[in-house]
Write a protein that binds this ligand. Structure first.
Ligand code: SAM
Length: 185
């Protein structure tokens, strides 16, 4: 898949809380800006905020509108990044939006810090043909319902230690660089 065929979804429901319950998480301004900047840096097709709560979707749109209008005079780089943003209610809506934009139904690839049998490596995902939607979680990770909606899982980013608690922003940047960054080798 090309960078332009790669999309990122940041899912705020259904995700897990620290007790393993299925919850909705609040939008984080930092997530929105950092992942939009990473999306623009690697020339992806788009960044989708997935939130089931209308007030949170309105908040995301208000933040985006600010940087697309008033904020653009302050910092056009932010405008270029936020221009990649779309806001939808569900992961199914995100899949439909990408299908419309890309002209073909995307493959959904779930991401997680937890290893899972059969997870695809970065080279295998990079070699996938056609549009691909990378599905990022919030809270304590994607709930089973979200994982079940995905076609495959990406192998976790791992540092070779017993500690693996990256922020979703850090994990997203590393994943995008492994998929589409400059390759020295
Ligand atoms: N707000 C929390 C934060 O930023 O710390 C949410 C992050 S949450 C712990 C987990 C999500 O980040 C996962 O659903 C996945 O999308 C991503 N993630 C975290 N660590 C990862 C790893 N080692 N490999 C792949 N994805 C990872």
């Amino acid at each position: 898949m090309t960078p332009g065929e790669t999309y990122v979804a940041l899912v705020h429901h259904p995700v897990l809380d620290r007790n393993g319950r299925v919850v909705s998480t609040a939008l984080t301004n930092l997530d929105l800006h950092d992942i939009a900047r990473a999306t623009r840096t690697y020339g992806l097709g788009g960044f989708l905020i997935v939130h089931c709560v209308e007030a949170q979707r309105q908040l995301a749109r208000r933040i985006a509108d600010h940087w697309l209008t008033l904020g653009a005079e302050l910092n056009d780089f932010r405008r270029q990044a936020i221009a990649t943003l779309r806001v939808v209610s569900t992961l199914a809506d995100a899949k439909a939006l990408v299908a419309e934009a890309a002209g073909a139904t995307p493959r959904l690839i779930a991401t997680a810090a937890r290893p899972s049998p059969g997870a695809l490596g970065f080279g295998a995902v990079r070699a996938l043909p056609g549009p691909t939607l990378l599905v990022l979680g919030t809270g304590w990770g994607l709930a089973d319902e979200a994982l079940a909606a995905c076609d495959a899982r990406l192998r976790p980013v791992a540092g070779g230690t017993d500690y693996n608690h990256l922020s979703v922003r850090s994990a997203c940047a590393i994943i995008l660089d492994r998929l589409h960054g400059d390759r020295e080798d």
